[in-house]
Design a protein around this ligand. Structure first.
Ligand code: ARG
Length: 592
């Protein structure tokens, strides 16, 4: 990391002035045309030393020049110091690999809870965002050396399960599952319904639940019986879960999203009694109007903080109960340092309650639990994204529409039969969707606009893929098929080389920033900057055709590092790079 190397040197200069080295922190200059870096420490130093910042800055100038890493040090304004790195320092740092990945001195064990789809319900855009952002944060954390466990935490245990059972009971009263004495040998097919049937069943059951109180009562009763262990209901429910997992695996693998644990709310059930009893014995929970609750309000709360409901009046557990029991189990089974939840921002009250309760219960420190909320994905009308028909978006349809856009952008009029082209188009489509999402600040709402996301020439996934593919084809044409060793170069021949080299060294810092802020957008920004720097370099500098052999080697080396670094950046965002990015052949002109 160039910045940390520079910080060390500048920090020493500040120490020599009797100041804390942290005052000497440098940052990337916001006037790249004037300098690489800037340091505003003299302004703070002035307060400590009770002297004029301008005088301090001027005195430091000489010491900074003596570090030997700057080609220019200037003092501007009231005492800003602008720093330009010397070419020798940049080249030496880059070629010696000093800025490459380092071992993490303090790796953490992190559980990350994301995706969170619900059994039998179609995935909605909130699950899509959670899956995309969660997968990126997981990969970034792993790249930084943390030990990360990904858990999908399926929604498989609430009233919706009872609705499905009640609906099937109405539709097929003759099925053996509803018999109180059901035994496994009574099974009528494994499973008794198809995934497609399950998918159409849920909206019907949900509609009935809303409109028909008698049905709603039956559904609630079935939920309680399911949770109480009714053998036939349990069997039926198992089929729902298996069918759902099967189709979710297909959907998520199309997005390169994968989990280590495929657990769900139901898995926490085994501990919920222990949790509820334990909390009441410890005096942490209390009875309130027939329910069991935990008071999580604090004096400093600015808004009302309702108590967490552990058990409702009717004996039913809640979403909060399962989340609390899940924390209990995660701590018991994995001893994590942190648990991250990538879930829609609108659930923030729920997580505040659960985290406080977990802290009060002593399961884990409250600040080791983190809700990584995100904004809404909107349609062009500014309202939450829906399909054209106004229904819930199905992931498969969304990907297909991105594929259609990608084909159009590449000039194909229909999906070609060629497997390589099909693979290329699928990768472009997924990159467009994911980068379109990830490049926005996680916490803000954004407009889902495939026309924008798929463009090959903007801040898009396909643009960055294209840069990586182009770097690959330069190397291929030059016959480079193995890792090049660092060439011997002393200076830059062109300023595009210099800018590219600086950018190439930025990945570790970008990963760190991205992880510290839990913002994949920082990594997107980095990848975009690198792709831009490469594109200028490619345009301005002959590479394979350069006559000077030493210079050619250096440029090929830069090209190879670019390909590697872009691929690595995209891999951390769970975006893969196609082998080629072709455009459809131009239609033959109709010459007479
Ligand atoms: N299934 C939930 C939903 O659809 C999301 C689960 C998030 N994770 C959690 N531990 N609560 O809203």
């Amino acid at each position: 990391m160039v910045l940390s190397l520079v910080n060390e040197k500048v920090g020493k200069v500040f120490e020599a002035f009797g100041l804390d080295k942290s005052l000497g922190a440098v940052s990337i200059s916001n006037r790249a045309d004037l300098s690489d870096l800037q340091c505003n420490g003299a302004l703070q130093a002035a307060k400590v030393l009770k002297r004029r910042p301008l005088d301090i800055a001027h005195e430091m100038k000489g010491a900074l020049e003596n570090t030997g890493i700057f080609s220019q040090v200037t003092v501007d304004g009231p005492g800003f110091v602008n720093l330009t790195l010397s070419d020798e320092f940049i080249i030496d740092t880059f070629l010696s690999g000093k800025t490459e990945k380092r071992e993490n001195p303090a790796p953490q064990k992190i559980i990350i809870d994301y995706g969170g789809p619900n059994v039998a319900k179609p995935l909605h855009v909130g699950h899509l965002r959670s899956a995309i952002i969660g997968e990126a944060i997981k990969r970034i954390a792993r790249e930084l050396g943390h030990d990360v466990i990904a858990d999908i935490h399926m929604g498989d245990w609430g009233t919706p399960m009872g609705m499905l059972i009640a609906k099937l009971k109405d539709d097929h009263p003759e099925w053996p599952y509803f018999n109180d004495k059901f035994s496994p040998s009574d099974e009528i097919g494994k499973p008794p319904l198809s995934a497609a049937e399950l998918n159409t069943l849920y909206p019907q059951a949900a509609a009935q639940f809303k409109e028909n109180e008698a049905f709603a009562e039956k559904a609630r009763e079935a939920t309680a019986q399911l949770q109480g262990g009714h053998p036939g209901y349990r069997k039926l429910w198992r089929h729902f879960v298996d069918l759902s997992i099967e189709s979710i695996k297909i959907d998520f693998s199309a997005l390169d999203v994968d989990f280590d644990l495929w657990l769900g709310e139901s898995d926490a059930d085994a501990s919920s009694h222990e949790v509820i009893d334990g909390l009441s014995k410890a005096g942490i929970s209390e009875e309130s109007q027939g329910a069991i609750v935990i008071d999580v309000a604090r004096e400093q709360d600015k808004t009302e903080m309702p108590p967490l409901i552990l058990r409702k009046k009717d004996g039913a557990a809640t979403y909060a109960t399962t989340d609390l029991a899940t924390i209990f189990q995660r701590v018991r089974d994995y001893k994590p340092d942190r648990i991250l939840y990538v879930v829609d921002q609108r659930q923030s009250l729920h997580f505040t309650q659960v985290f406080r309760a977990a802290g009060q219960a002593g399961y884990i420190k409250e600040d080791a639990l983190e809700h990584i909320g995100f904004g809404t994905m909107n349609g062009k009308d500014g309202k939450p994204f829906k399909t054209r028909a106004g229904g819930v978006m199905r992931l498969g349809d969304l990907i297909q529409s991105a594929i259609d856009h990608a084909l159009h952008e590449a000039g194909f009029s229909a999906e070609p039969a060629d497997k390589e082209i099909k693979d290329m188009v699928a990768k472009i489509a997924v990159a467009a969707i994911k980068f379109g999402d990830l490049s926005n600040l996680r916490t803000t709402d954004y407009v889902f606009d495939l026309n924008e996301f798929i463009r090959f020439d903007g801040k898009t996934g396909p643009y960055i893929q294209y840069a990586a593919v182009r770097a690959g084809s330069v190397l291929e044409k030059a016959g480079v098929d193995e890792t090049l060793s660092a060439p011997v170069v002393k200076s830059f021949a062109n300023k595009a080389e210099r800018a590219l080299t600086l950018s190439l060294m930025g990945l570790p810092a970008a990963l760190q920033r991205s992880f510290d802020k839990r913002m994949p957008s920082d990594l997107c920004e980095y990848a975009y900057d690198l792709a831009n720097k490469f594109s200028v370099f490619y345009h301005d500098c002959p590479i394979a055709t350069e006559d000077n052999a030493e210079l050619r080697n250096f440029r090929l080396y830069l090209t190879q590092k670019t390909q590697e670094t872009l691929k690595k950046s995209l891999e951390c965002l769970a975006i893969s790079v196609p082998k080629k990015m072709l455009r459809a052949p131009k239609p033959q002109s109709l010459a007479s």
